[in-house]
Write a protein that binds this ligand. Structure first.
Ligand code: PLP
Length: 399
């Protein structure tokens, strides 16, 4: 028997993938590798086809291999990828971004969410002259600066090997909507807290406006800044992410997934006066690849389509169809699972082993789900109905 991709990967690569959440854990039903994607479908190395709801864990909002985005990348490729001076796309993409995202008076680019969040933390510390940071939700691997933090979307750790205790002591991880802990933290350390950094809790997004208003008031009362991690929610929950959805503006924000339909680009943005620490050279955030033009071309094309075709509305209606359809299947079969949250990024809620059993059975029937169910604009009504028929067979298997 030939060695599997999983075995080969594990031999040469810790975790067997550069992204922990992408490493397959439900073999043999789950694909070991994906070799191709188009629209809302992906294919593995064995030629198996899956209707995909992983969307690369969020970034694919328009669909895999969207020709409009891919053409923009190809056109730019003919002119070069990266230069020793800024390319005009850097400015025009920032202009477009700021015109679409509430609260973004200025914006700058990096490659990953984690580093953009690190930038926001440093900027907030410099602007306020304070050291402590309150983190709510998962903010990527750099969140491991916080003891008790969400080191992975589904895992909390009390101590973090590799992070000095002195550094971890300045980060406070707080659970979603835990106002008692937040009030206590601010009562004790209010004058030392630079930033509240919040990533939305997927199942709680529909009812989140009150919590965001509370965070805004708490930050203002104590002279702290408020930043939104919009990695998943930006351009998905609404064009303007949680800022638009809740009507509560942050001081700073980080976007990434959804900006460029899969090309690596993150954006940190916010109040011009706060970002002024960069203009004045008090804080240095700089990276060789921030202005890489293929990703900027992809971002400009993607954001234009998202805006002109009101893609978030399409994601919402497709998501509603999926969410209602799956919840009806679970209910009718007496399976104790629910898909909860905003239809564009709802999360399976229920016993972990039961969720795994459903995901495994779904893979076997040709539907690729993740813990969070992401639709993209290429899912047609027929695709969704086909996915629901396949999911019905998976529910039957586990019921
Ligand atoms: C809410 C949220 N914040 C931050 C990140 C980290 O982004 P990146 O993986 O690009 O560093 C992620 C990635 O999954 C995320 O979902």
């Amino acid at each position: 028997m030939t060695e599997s991709w999983r075995e080969r990967a594990l031999a040469v690569m810790p975790v067997g993938s550069s992204t922990n959440s992408k490493a397959p854990s439900l073999l043999p039903e789950e694909p070991e590798v994906i070799v191709r994607g188009r629209g809302c479908r992906v294919w593995d190395d064995r030629g198996r086809e899956f209707i995909d709801f992983r969307c690369a864990l969020g970034p694919i909002t328009l669909g895999y291999a969207d020709p409009r985005v891919d053409d923009a990348i190809r056109r730019q490729l003919d002119d070069g990828i990266l230069f020793g001076h800024p390319h005009p796309l850097e400015t025009t993409t920032a202009e477009l971004f700021c015109s679409m995202v509430p609260g973004a008076e200025a914006a700058r680019f990096l490659k990953t969410g984690g580093e953009a969040l690190a930038a926001v933390i440093r900027i907030a510390r410099a602007h306020t002259g304070r050291d402590r940071v309150v983190q709510i939700g998962y903010n990527g691997w750099l969140n491991s600066l916080a003891a008790g933090a969400r080191v992975l979307p589904g895992a909390v750790s009390d101590s973090i090997p590799g992070v000095p205790a002195a550094l971890a002591a300045l980060h406070h991880a707080v659970d979603w909507d835990d106002r008692e802990t937040l009030d206590g933290l601010f009562a004790e350390h209010g004058s030392e807290i630079a930033l509240i950094l919040v990533a939305a809790d997927y199942p709680s997004i529909p009812a989140s406006a009150g919590f965001y208003a509370y965070l805004r008031e708490l930050a203002d009362r104590h002279g702290a800044l408020l930043a939104y991690d919009e990695m998943v929610t930006g351009f998905r929950v609404a064009l303007g992410g949680m800022a638009e959805f809740t009507g509560v503006l942050p001081d700073l924000a980080v976007h990434g997934k959804g900006v460029a339909n899969g090309m690596p680009l993150s954006v940190y943005s916010g109040r011009r006066d706060v970002l002024g620490v960069l203009d004045r050279g008090e804080v240095v955030v700089t990276s060789t690849y921030g202005g890489e033009t293929l990703s900027l071309a992809a971002a400009s094309a993607t954001m234009t389509i998202l805006r002109d075709e009101d893609v978030p509305a399409r994601l919402r209606s497709s998501g509603e169809r999926m969410q209602a359809g799956l919840n009806a299947l679970f209910e009718d079969a007496g399976v104790a699972l629910r898909l909860e949250g905003h239809p564009t990024c709802p999360q399976f809620v229920g016993d972990g082993a039961l969720i795994d059993a459903f995901l495994r059975a779904s893979f076997a029937h040709g539907v690729s789900f993740y813990r969070v169910v992401y639709v993209n604009a290429a899912h047609t009504a027929d695709d969704l109905d086909e996915a629901l028929r396949r999911a019905a067979a998976a529910v039957e298997d586990i019921a």
